[in-house]
Design a protein around this ligand. Structure first.
Ligand code: 4AZ
Length: 245
């Protein structure tokens, strides 16, 4: 996160760290992406975060990645389901969404606490200019390697027509994505934040409106962050969860 501040305990309880184990090694799991807990056994993340050849786990309820908080819960990923039309092209990513099924014990996965809670899915489009929150352990202006403490920042929803102007993303942007940030630059998501939440408050409850997906670098003028538009994928999310009991 560029231009962010440290998150307080319990403020973003649906934020998870998606971690992968380096192949053929005894090296520990390392953070690769963010994710969002939407049900006890289900995490939403970005399609481009998934490497089927590596073991994955999810860390929940910890603000720190290096010395995990006592409130932390870690669960293995049983199955990663990437959207069937996920595609990566030069400069844009399409249908950048995946669902992770966690491996629990006796049907129980994440245990709901003050520090671990599910986020609500959105049920409507939200207006341009609305202030929303992004968070993650990704790159900052100080470190391309990211932050060991979870950071957050406020961003504004940017008009789709504006963000589709040739000077910004042109036709790379489609209706399954949206832009958020600050066109003057400075506050943005970055590498390592991918798959993590953009949440907006609607009638005092937070909804997961976007997933960090792509952008032209980070914090640059006229290059806001691009987010997977979660409202476009509600049927895919519901049917994927239903068909994987
Ligand atoms: C990335 O490389 C990435 N500024 C993620 C988010 C943004 C740019 C790049 C948005 O994963």
């Amino acid at each position: 996160i560029f231009g962010g501040l440290k998150v307080s305990p319990g403020a973003i309880p649906w934020q998870v760290s998606l971690q992968q184990k380096p192949k053929n090694s005894n090296l520990p799991y390392r953070h690769v992406c963010g994710g969002v807990l939407i049900k006890s056994c289900w995490v939403l993340t970005a399609g481009h975060c998934i490497d089927k050849s590596k073991d994955m786990q999810v860390l929940m309820g910890s603000l720190s990645l290096d010395k995990t908080d006592p409130s932390a819960q870690t669960l293995p990923v049983e199955n990663a389901i990437v959207h069937q039309r996920y595609r990566e092209t030069s400069g844009a990513v399409y249908n950048d969404i995946a669902l992770l099924r966690l491996r629990g014990t006796r049907g129980l996965c994440a245990n709901e606490t003050q520090f671990v809670k599910t986020a609500c899915l959105p049920d409507a489009q939200l207006p341009d200019g609305m202030e929303c929150t992004i968070s993650g352990w990704g790159a900052t202006e100080e470190s391309q390697y990211g932050s060991s403490h979870l950071l957050e920042a406020n961003v504004l929803l940017i008009n789709q027509g504006k963000c589709s102007e040739p000077a910004i993303y042109g036709s790379k942007l489609d209706s399954t994505m949206f832009c958020a940030g600050h066109l003057q630059g400075g506050v943005d998501s970055c590498q390592g934040d991918s798959g993590g939440p953009l949440t907006c408050k609607n009638n005092n409850s937070s909804v997961i409106y976007g997933l960090v997906s792509w952008g032209d670098q980070c914090g640059k003028q006229n290059s806001p962050g691009v987010y997977t538009r979660v409202t476009h994928y509600l049927d895919w999310i519901k049917s994927t969860i239903q068909s994987n009991p």
